[in-house]
Design a protein. Structure first.
Length: 232
């Protein structure tokens, strides 16, 4: 009798173990199916959030008046420095029949420097217009000659011939003024103003890109568009 009870107990335990094993297998199978669905749902949710908010750190575009002050803060923008050497001949009294008495002639070796750029203090607020999303139109003042000067340490009188009475005290000063003008002419002929304008646009372009703009258009002052409001 006891043996029969033990046998029944063993059979019952085996049946329970089999049922438990089947249940465990079924739960594992369900988990294997549900887990990818959960991961897919989480991935889809992240993608939807990224589409709804493509840039979690938005770029703040400043107001036009702020842009104007940022650009004007560059003040007088010196963008090109031109150095040149010129040989200048100056004379006085050489046409006089008494040139051997009052005549004066000198050769000046002149080293000079010309600086060109854009004076941003001449800009008006209307010269900068926001024309679209991250797009701005700018009318810079035209480039100009800012400095013309001789290098006093490198400029010297190479040769001088004077009459018996002596030299003309103003002749060297006149030669220096003529040298400055010749150096200026050479710089302009070599395109210093065009280079200065191009370099000024590069400086301002970099500034505006750092402020968040992606499209910067440089135009003449007369071609500046009508401002379009982009702020409430």
């Amino acid at each position: 009798m006891n043996e029969k009870i033990n046998l029944n107990t063993i059979i019952l335990l085996l049946i329970l173990l089999a049922l438990f094993a089947c249940g465990a297998v079924m739960l594992y199978s369900v988990w294997r199916v549900v887990q990818p669905l959960e991961e897919t749902g989480q991935t889809l949710q992240k993608q939807l959030e990224q589409l709804a908010n493509p840039n979690t750190t938005p770029t703040v575009i400043p107001y036009p008046v702020t842009i104007f002050h940022e650009v004007q803060s560059l003040s007088r923008l010196e963008t090109v420095t031109y150095s040149v050497e010129k040989i200048i001949t100056a004379e006085s009294g050489q046409d006089s029949p008494f040139s051997f008495l009052v005549g004066d002639r000198l050769i000046l070796v002149a080293h000079g420097q010309v600086i060109a750029g854009v004076d941003l203090d001449k800009m008006e607020e209307d010269d900068i217009v926001v024309t679209g999303d991250r797009k701005v139109t700018v009318a810079l003042p035209p480039a100009e000659i800012l400095v013309v000067k001789l290098d006093s340490q490198k400029t010297y009188v190479y040769d001088r011939e004077t009459g018996l009475i002596g030299m003309n005290p103003a002749l060297e000063s006149e030669a220096r003024r003529a040298a400055e003008q010749e150096i200026l002419n050479a710089a302009v002929e070599d395109g210093i103003l065009e280079m200065a304008q191009d370099n000024a646009e590069i400086y301002v372009l970099r500034l505006l890109l750092s402020l968040g703009f992606e499209d910067v258009d440089f135009v003449e002052v007369d071609s500046i568009p009508t401002p379009t409001p982009f702020w409430p």
